[in-house]
Design a protein around this ligand. Structure first.
Ligand code: PLP
Length: 280
């Protein structure tokens, strides 16, 4: 049985219900966070809690819990559900509103849920030894992908296209054939010993793993540029990888029918993954 924190109470997940008048259900009017727990430790907890605060501010949702209270609840959920490898899921919506109206009232009480899922990160460690295949998909999402919104239909369509193509992730590209990000990840290439990823803008989410990796790259004096790159540069890169809270640093060895280099994870990607895991 999984225990869920829901609006101040701890309940079994199966009894944790939200009203159909919830604006998250009606309008996707809410935000979320996913935080990994690896070998009993939270990964980049503060980065995720800061981003949650930023997402809430961006859509003007005010909550009564502060960051340290959210951290305490997350710790309790981790303990109650005995999670040493898994994720904490946090979702906050603007609250219930009846009758339904696009325009929100200012006095709504946000719905806050926090629960956990077990995740076999050791399986992903094994997958990282061989790398993953990806599928290209147009970035059909809205123009505020910087907000970690629960409105994920574009990402869901991309992810399921990738699934149909037996791929681990969809790599999204804009109308100029430039790569933006993955359906649930940041995308990186390495060319001539320089690491590239899309610059921060409304088009992408500010990945916490991206953030962490940038500090690792800087501390190792690895050349790094936040610069857009095309599909052509992607498939002719020396190494390609994706980063996310649930994949850490995952080598990409194939994009559609194109093998990246020799189709094996690159040496820099491998060592960056090891370094990332060491730093948890
Ligand atoms: N981009 C998108 C669209 C995502 O959904 C995610 C993670 O879910 C990321 C990037 C990577 O962000 P993070 O490293 O914080 O998990």
């Amino acid at each position: 049985m999984t225990t869920c924190y829901i609006n101040g109470k701890y309940k079994p997940l199966s009894q944790s219900n939200i009203s159909i008048t919830d604006r998250g259900f009606q309008f996707s009017d809410g935000v979320y966070e996913v935080i990994a727990i690896y070998n009993d430790k939270f990964v980049d907890l503060n980065l995720h809690l800061n981003r949650l605060k930023t997402s809430l501010n961006k859509i003007s949702i005010k909550i009564s819990l502060n960051q340290s209270q959210i951290e305490k609840i997350s710790q309790k959920i981790k303990k109650l559900n005995k999670i040493s490898m898994g994720i904490i899921y946090i979702q906050i919506t603007r609250g219930n509103q009846n009758p339904r109206d696009h325009k929100y009232k200012n006095d709504l009480k946000p719905n806050i849920i926090i629960y956990s899922l077990k995740k076999d990160f050791k399986k992903l460690d094994k997958l990282a030894l061989i790398g993953v295949k990806t599928a290209l998909y147009p970035d059909i999402r809205w123009l505020r992908s910087d907000i970690k919104s629960i409105s994920l239909l574009g990402n869901v369509m991309a992810a399921n296209f990738a699934k149909k193509k037996k791929s681990h992730e969809a790599v999204l590209y804009d109308h100029n054939n430039y790569v933006t990000e993955g359906n649930s990840s940041s995308i990186w290439i390495i060319k001539d010993n320089v690491c590239y990823t899309h610059p921060l803008s409304y088009k992408i989410l500010k990945g916490c793993t991206r953030n962490k990796l940038i500090s690792i790259l800087k501390s190792h004096q690895f050349k790094f540029k936040e610069k857009t790159f095309s599909i052509k540069s992607l498939i002719s890169a020396d190494e390609v990888f994706m980063t996310s809270a649930t994949n850490f640093i995952m080598p990409i060895v194939k994009v559609d029918k194109y093998l990246i280099s020799d189709g094996k994870p690159g040496i820099f990607t491998k060592s960056l993954r090891e370094e990332f895991i060491r730093a948890i």
